[in-house]
Design a protein around this ligand. Structure first.
Ligand SMILES: CC(C)(COP(=O)(O)OP(=O)(O)OC[C@H]1O[C@@H](n2cnc3c(N)ncnc32)[C@H](O)[C@@H]1OP(=O)(O)O)[C@@H](O)C(=O)NCCC(=O)NCCSC(=O)C[C@H](O)C(=O)O
Ligand SMILES: [Mg+2]
Length: 287
Protein backbone atom coordinates (compact mmCIF):
# COMPACT_ATOMS: atom_id res chain seq x y z
CA UNK A 1 0.00 0.00 0.00
CA UNK A 2 1.09 3.61 -0.60
CA UNK A 3 2.84 5.39 2.28
CA UNK A 4 1.80 8.75 0.78
CA UNK A 5 -1.14 10.30 2.67
CA UNK A 6 -4.42 10.74 0.80
CA UNK A 7 -6.49 12.34 3.56
CA UNK A 8 -7.78 15.14 1.33
CA UNK A 9 -8.14 14.74 -2.43
CA UNK A 10 -9.44 17.95 -3.99
CA UNK A 11 -11.23 18.08 -7.34
CA UNK A 12 -10.47 21.16 -9.42
CA UNK A 13 -12.23 21.79 -12.72
CA UNK A 14 -9.51 21.77 -15.39
CA UNK A 15 -11.11 24.82 -16.94
CA UNK A 16 -10.75 27.10 -13.87
CA UNK A 17 -7.31 28.73 -14.04
CA UNK A 18 -7.87 30.77 -10.87
CA UNK A 19 -8.77 27.64 -8.84
CA UNK A 20 -5.78 25.78 -10.29
CA UNK A 21 -3.50 28.62 -9.24
CA UNK A 22 -5.01 28.68 -5.77
CA UNK A 23 -4.40 24.93 -5.37
CA UNK A 24 -0.62 25.43 -5.27
CA UNK A 25 -1.05 26.87 -1.77
CA UNK A 26 -3.83 24.64 -0.43
CA UNK A 27 -3.39 21.92 2.20
CA UNK A 28 -4.57 19.10 -0.06
CA UNK A 29 -2.70 15.79 -0.01
CA UNK A 30 -3.70 15.23 -3.62
CA UNK A 31 -5.41 17.09 -6.43
CA UNK A 32 -7.71 15.67 -9.08
CA UNK A 33 -7.40 17.87 -12.15
CA UNK A 34 -10.79 17.25 -13.71
CA UNK A 35 -11.60 17.05 -17.40
CA UNK A 36 -14.82 15.08 -16.87
CA UNK A 37 -18.00 16.18 -15.09
CA UNK A 38 -16.80 19.57 -13.81
CA UNK A 39 -15.97 20.74 -17.34
CA UNK A 40 -18.65 21.54 -19.91
CA UNK A 41 -18.37 20.05 -23.44
CA UNK A 42 -17.57 23.50 -24.86
CA UNK A 43 -14.70 24.00 -22.39
CA UNK A 44 -13.08 20.58 -22.74
CA UNK A 45 -10.48 21.30 -25.48
CA UNK A 46 -9.30 24.49 -23.73
CA UNK A 47 -9.20 22.72 -20.33
CA UNK A 48 -7.08 19.93 -21.83
CA UNK A 49 -4.55 22.47 -23.15
CA UNK A 50 -4.59 24.47 -19.90
CA UNK A 51 -3.88 21.36 -17.81
CA UNK A 52 -1.01 20.30 -20.07
CA UNK A 53 0.58 23.73 -19.52
CA UNK A 54 -0.13 23.94 -15.81
CA UNK A 55 1.17 20.44 -15.07
CA UNK A 56 4.37 21.20 -16.96
CA UNK A 57 5.09 24.71 -15.69
CA UNK A 58 3.55 25.05 -12.22
CA UNK A 59 4.82 23.65 -8.92
CA UNK A 60 2.24 21.76 -6.89
CA UNK A 61 4.84 20.72 -4.29
CA UNK A 62 4.26 17.40 -2.55
CA UNK A 63 0.60 17.12 -3.60
CA UNK A 64 -0.15 14.05 -5.71
CA UNK A 65 -1.31 15.05 -9.20
CA UNK A 66 -4.12 12.97 -10.62
CA UNK A 67 -5.84 13.83 -13.91
CA UNK A 68 -9.41 12.65 -14.41
CA UNK A 69 -10.01 12.10 -18.11
CA UNK A 70 -13.32 11.47 -19.85
CA UNK A 71 -14.40 7.90 -20.51
CA UNK A 72 -13.39 6.17 -23.73
CA UNK A 73 -17.10 5.80 -24.52
CA UNK A 74 -17.27 9.59 -25.02
CA UNK A 75 -15.94 11.72 -27.86
CA UNK A 76 -13.29 13.28 -25.55
CA UNK A 77 -11.70 10.32 -23.74
CA UNK A 78 -9.06 9.26 -26.25
CA UNK A 79 -8.02 12.85 -26.99
CA UNK A 80 -7.66 13.46 -23.22
CA UNK A 81 -5.47 10.37 -22.86
CA UNK A 82 -3.32 11.37 -25.84
CA UNK A 83 -2.93 14.93 -24.53
CA UNK A 84 -1.83 13.67 -21.10
CA UNK A 85 0.55 11.18 -22.65
CA UNK A 86 2.12 13.89 -24.83
CA UNK A 87 2.32 16.27 -21.86
CA UNK A 88 4.10 13.63 -19.75
CA UNK A 89 6.58 12.99 -22.56
CA UNK A 90 7.17 16.76 -22.64
CA UNK A 91 7.92 16.97 -18.91
CA UNK A 92 4.50 17.35 -17.26
CA UNK A 93 4.38 15.84 -13.78
CA UNK A 94 1.38 13.51 -13.58
CA UNK A 95 1.22 10.86 -10.88
CA UNK A 96 -1.89 9.12 -12.13
CA UNK A 97 -4.69 9.14 -14.65
CA UNK A 98 -8.15 8.66 -13.14
CA UNK A 99 -10.64 6.84 -15.34
CA UNK A 100 -14.34 7.52 -14.77
CA UNK A 101 -17.14 4.94 -14.59
CA UNK A 102 -14.88 1.89 -14.68
CA UNK A 103 -17.00 -1.21 -15.21
CA UNK A 104 -14.33 -3.87 -15.62
CA UNK A 105 -10.57 -4.46 -15.85
CA UNK A 106 -10.87 -4.21 -19.65
CA UNK A 107 -11.70 -0.50 -19.27
CA UNK A 108 -8.30 -0.06 -17.61
CA UNK A 109 -6.46 -2.01 -20.34
CA UNK A 110 -7.67 0.44 -22.98
CA UNK A 111 -6.26 3.46 -21.11
CA UNK A 112 -3.10 1.64 -19.95
CA UNK A 113 -2.13 1.06 -23.57
CA UNK A 114 -2.65 4.72 -24.48
CA UNK A 115 -0.95 6.28 -21.43
CA UNK A 116 2.18 4.25 -20.71
CA UNK A 117 3.79 6.84 -18.42
CA UNK A 118 1.38 7.11 -15.48
CA UNK A 119 -0.26 4.99 -12.82
CA UNK A 120 -3.98 4.39 -13.23
CA UNK A 121 -6.75 5.12 -10.74
CA UNK A 122 -10.38 4.07 -11.15
CA UNK A 123 -13.62 5.90 -10.36
CA UNK A 124 -15.85 3.31 -8.70
CA UNK A 125 -19.33 4.61 -9.45
CA UNK A 126 -21.36 2.11 -11.47
CA UNK A 127 -23.34 -0.92 -10.34
CA UNK A 128 -21.26 -3.12 -12.65
CA UNK A 129 -18.06 -1.58 -11.29
CA UNK A 130 -19.13 -2.55 -7.76
CA UNK A 131 -19.72 -6.14 -8.86
CA UNK A 132 -16.34 -6.26 -10.65
CA UNK A 133 -14.42 -4.40 -7.93
CA UNK A 134 -12.08 -7.34 -7.28
CA UNK A 135 -10.85 -7.70 -10.87
CA UNK A 136 -10.51 -3.89 -11.18
CA UNK A 137 -8.44 -3.67 -7.96
CA UNK A 138 -6.25 -6.56 -9.15
CA UNK A 139 -5.20 -4.75 -12.35
CA UNK A 140 -1.39 -4.43 -12.30
CA UNK A 141 -1.35 -0.77 -13.41
CA UNK A 142 -4.04 0.30 -10.92
CA UNK A 143 -2.80 2.12 -7.83
CA UNK A 144 -5.94 3.74 -6.43
CA UNK A 145 -9.73 3.76 -6.34
CA UNK A 146 -12.09 6.73 -5.84
CA UNK A 147 -15.71 6.28 -4.84
CA UNK A 148 -18.12 8.19 -7.09
CA UNK A 149 -21.11 8.25 -4.82
CA UNK A 150 -23.12 10.74 -6.89
CA UNK A 151 -23.05 8.58 -9.99
CA UNK A 152 -23.62 5.45 -7.94
CA UNK A 153 -26.70 6.99 -6.27
CA UNK A 154 -27.95 8.00 -9.72
CA UNK A 155 -27.61 4.41 -11.02
CA UNK A 156 -29.12 2.87 -7.92
CA UNK A 157 -32.00 5.35 -7.77
CA UNK A 158 -31.15 5.78 -4.09
CA UNK A 159 -31.76 8.81 -1.89
CA UNK A 160 -29.27 10.75 0.22
CA UNK A 161 -29.26 9.68 3.87
CA UNK A 162 -26.83 10.82 6.51
CA UNK A 163 -26.01 7.18 7.33
CA UNK A 164 -25.42 6.41 3.61
CA UNK A 165 -27.32 3.16 3.99
CA UNK A 166 -27.78 2.75 0.24
CA UNK A 167 -24.06 3.21 -0.36
CA UNK A 168 -22.87 0.66 2.19
CA UNK A 169 -22.84 -2.39 -0.09
CA UNK A 170 -20.81 -0.62 -2.77
CA UNK A 171 -18.47 1.12 -0.34
CA UNK A 172 -17.83 -2.19 1.41
CA UNK A 173 -17.21 -4.16 -1.80
CA UNK A 174 -14.73 -1.59 -3.09
CA UNK A 175 -12.93 -1.38 0.26
CA UNK A 176 -12.58 -5.15 0.39
CA UNK A 177 -11.26 -5.21 -3.17
CA UNK A 178 -8.78 -2.37 -2.59
CA UNK A 179 -7.43 -3.86 0.61
CA UNK A 180 -7.21 -7.37 -0.85
CA UNK A 181 -4.93 -6.00 -3.56
CA UNK A 182 -3.05 -3.36 -1.54
CA UNK A 183 -4.48 -0.31 -3.32
CA UNK A 184 -5.31 3.19 -2.06
CA UNK A 185 -9.04 3.91 -1.72
CA UNK A 186 -10.64 7.31 -1.20
CA UNK A 187 -14.25 8.01 -0.24
CA UNK A 188 -16.76 10.01 -2.33
CA UNK A 189 -17.56 13.72 -2.12
CA UNK A 190 -19.90 15.50 0.29
CA UNK A 191 -21.93 17.79 -1.93
CA UNK A 192 -23.14 20.32 0.68
CA UNK A 193 -19.81 22.10 0.85
CA UNK A 194 -20.96 24.67 3.40
CA UNK A 195 -22.21 22.04 5.87
CA UNK A 196 -19.20 21.46 8.11
CA UNK A 197 -20.92 19.17 10.61
CA UNK A 198 -22.33 16.95 7.88
CA UNK A 199 -18.92 16.71 6.23
CA UNK A 200 -17.18 15.90 9.51
CA UNK A 201 -19.67 13.10 10.24
CA UNK A 202 -19.25 11.62 6.78
CA UNK A 203 -15.43 11.85 7.00
CA UNK A 204 -15.51 10.06 10.34
CA UNK A 205 -17.78 7.36 8.93
CA UNK A 206 -15.44 6.83 5.97
CA UNK A 207 -12.38 6.81 8.21
CA UNK A 208 -13.95 4.28 10.58
CA UNK A 209 -14.80 2.05 7.61
CA UNK A 210 -11.15 2.10 6.50
CA UNK A 211 -10.92 4.66 3.69
CA UNK A 212 -7.60 6.48 3.26
CA UNK A 213 -9.28 9.85 2.81
CA UNK A 214 -12.08 11.78 1.19
CA UNK A 215 -12.53 13.46 -2.16
CA UNK A 216 -13.53 17.11 -1.79
CA UNK A 217 -15.00 19.79 -4.01
CA UNK A 218 -14.15 23.02 -2.17
CA UNK A 219 -11.09 24.33 -0.26
CA UNK A 220 -13.28 24.93 2.80
CA UNK A 221 -13.55 21.15 3.20
CA UNK A 222 -9.78 20.52 3.47
CA UNK A 223 -9.16 21.06 7.18
CA UNK A 224 -12.00 18.80 8.25
CA UNK A 225 -10.84 15.91 6.06
CA UNK A 226 -7.18 16.38 7.01
CA UNK A 227 -8.06 16.24 10.70
CA UNK A 228 -10.48 13.31 10.43
CA UNK A 229 -8.10 11.04 8.51
CA UNK A 230 -4.95 11.85 10.51
CA UNK A 231 -4.03 9.81 13.58
CA UNK A 232 -5.10 11.74 16.70
CA UNK A 233 -2.65 12.45 19.56
CA UNK A 234 -4.57 9.96 21.73
CA UNK A 235 -4.26 7.25 19.06
CA UNK A 236 -0.54 7.89 18.71
CA UNK A 237 -0.04 7.82 22.47
CA UNK A 238 -1.84 4.49 22.65
CA UNK A 239 0.23 3.10 19.74
CA UNK A 240 3.49 3.99 21.52
CA UNK A 241 2.27 2.49 24.78
CA UNK A 242 1.17 -0.70 23.01
CA UNK A 243 4.58 -1.06 21.36
CA UNK A 244 6.38 -0.55 24.66
CA UNK A 245 4.12 -2.92 26.59
CA UNK A 246 4.38 -5.63 23.94
CA UNK A 247 8.18 -5.36 23.83
CA UNK A 248 8.23 -5.74 27.62
CA UNK A 249 5.88 -8.75 27.48
CA UNK A 250 7.99 -10.38 24.79
CA UNK A 251 11.18 -9.85 26.79
CA UNK A 252 9.46 -11.65 29.64
CA UNK A 253 8.66 -14.56 27.33
CA UNK A 254 4.97 -13.71 26.87
CA UNK A 255 3.09 -13.35 23.57
CA UNK A 256 0.41 -10.98 24.80
CA UNK A 257 0.41 -7.67 26.69
CA UNK A 258 -2.48 -5.74 28.23
CA UNK A 259 -2.89 -1.98 27.76
CA UNK A 260 -5.88 -0.03 29.09
CA UNK A 261 -7.61 -3.32 29.88
CA UNK A 262 -7.30 -4.63 26.30
CA UNK A 263 -5.07 -7.34 24.93
CA UNK A 264 -2.21 -6.41 22.61
CA UNK A 265 -0.88 -9.07 20.24
CA UNK A 266 1.57 -8.93 17.37
CA UNK A 267 -1.17 -7.89 14.92
CA UNK A 268 -1.96 -4.84 17.04
CA UNK A 269 1.71 -3.87 16.87
CA UNK A 270 1.55 -3.97 13.07
CA UNK A 271 -1.41 -1.55 13.24
CA UNK A 272 0.36 0.64 15.80
CA UNK A 273 3.49 0.88 13.63
CA UNK A 274 1.39 1.68 10.54
CA UNK A 275 -0.33 4.49 12.46
CA UNK A 276 2.99 5.99 13.52
CA UNK A 277 4.33 5.71 9.96
CA UNK A 278 1.22 7.52 8.70
CA UNK A 279 1.72 10.36 11.18
CA UNK A 280 5.35 10.63 10.07
CA UNK A 281 4.33 10.75 6.40
CA UNK A 282 1.84 13.53 7.18
CA UNK A 283 4.49 15.47 9.09
CA UNK A 284 6.92 15.07 6.18
CA UNK A 285 4.27 16.39 3.79
CA UNK A 286 3.86 19.52 5.90
CA UNK A 287 7.63 20.04 5.60
C1 LIG B 1 -18.65 24.19 -5.79
C2 LIG B 1 -18.03 25.35 -6.55
C3 LIG B 1 -18.76 25.54 -7.88
C4 LIG B 1 -18.15 26.63 -5.72
O1 LIG B 1 -17.50 27.64 -6.45
P1 LIG B 1 -17.45 29.15 -5.95
O2 LIG B 1 -18.84 29.64 -5.72
O3 LIG B 1 -16.57 29.90 -6.92
O4 LIG B 1 -16.74 29.02 -4.56
P2 LIG B 1 -16.14 30.16 -3.69
O5 LIG B 1 -16.50 31.51 -4.20
O6 LIG B 1 -16.49 29.82 -2.30
O7 LIG B 1 -14.59 29.96 -3.89
C5 LIG B 1 -13.70 30.58 -3.01
C6 LIG B 1 -12.30 30.49 -3.54
O8 LIG B 1 -11.92 29.13 -3.65
C7 LIG B 1 -11.58 28.81 -4.98
N1 LIG B 1 -12.09 27.47 -5.25
C8 LIG B 1 -13.37 27.07 -5.28
N2 LIG B 1 -13.45 25.76 -5.51
C9 LIG B 1 -12.17 25.34 -5.64
C10 LIG B 1 -11.59 24.07 -5.88
N3 LIG B 1 -12.36 22.98 -6.06
N4 LIG B 1 -10.26 24.00 -5.91
C11 LIG B 1 -9.47 25.09 -5.74
N5 LIG B 1 -9.96 26.33 -5.51
C12 LIG B 1 -11.30 26.44 -5.48
C13 LIG B 1 -12.24 29.87 -5.85
O9 LIG B 1 -11.50 30.02 -7.03
C14 LIG B 1 -12.15 31.07 -4.93
O10 LIG B 1 -10.82 31.57 -4.98
P3 LIG B 1 -10.51 33.11 -4.90
O11 LIG B 1 -10.80 33.63 -6.27
O12 LIG B 1 -9.08 33.22 -4.51
O13 LIG B 1 -11.44 33.69 -3.86
C15 LIG B 1 -16.52 25.10 -6.80
O14 LIG B 1 -15.94 24.93 -5.54
C16 LIG B 1 -16.21 23.96 -7.71
O15 LIG B 1 -16.27 24.10 -8.92
N6 LIG B 1 -15.81 22.83 -7.12
C17 LIG B 1 -15.38 21.68 -7.85
C18 LIG B 1 -16.55 20.94 -8.42
C19 LIG B 1 -16.08 19.71 -9.09
O16 LIG B 1 -14.90 19.55 -9.35
N7 LIG B 1 -16.99 18.77 -9.39
C20 LIG B 1 -16.67 17.55 -10.03
C21 LIG B 1 -16.12 16.58 -9.08
S1 LIG B 1 -17.28 15.84 -8.03
C22 LIG B 1 -17.67 14.39 -8.89
O17 LIG B 1 -17.65 14.40 -10.07
C23 LIG B 1 -17.96 13.23 -8.04
C24 LIG B 1 -18.05 11.85 -8.66
O18 LIG B 1 -17.74 11.70 -9.99
C25 LIG B 1 -19.37 11.24 -8.30
O19 LIG B 1 -20.01 10.65 -9.17
O20 LIG B 1 -19.72 11.34 -7.13
MG1 LIG C 1 -19.03 10.61 -11.15
Amino acid sequence: MSSRPYRSVLYIPGSKERALEKAMGLAADAIIFDLEDAVSPEEKPAARALLARVLTDWDFGPRARIVRINGFDTEWGRADADAISTAIAGGAKVDAVLIPKVNSAADLDAVAERVPGADLWAMMETALGMLNAAEIAAHPRLKGMVMGTNDLAKELGSRFRTDRLAMQAGLGLCLLAARAHGKVIVDGVYNAFKDEEGLRAECEQGRDMGFDGKTLIHPAQLDIANAAFAPSPAELDLAHRQIAAYAEAKAAGQGVAVVDGKIVENLHIVTANALIAKAQAIAALAG
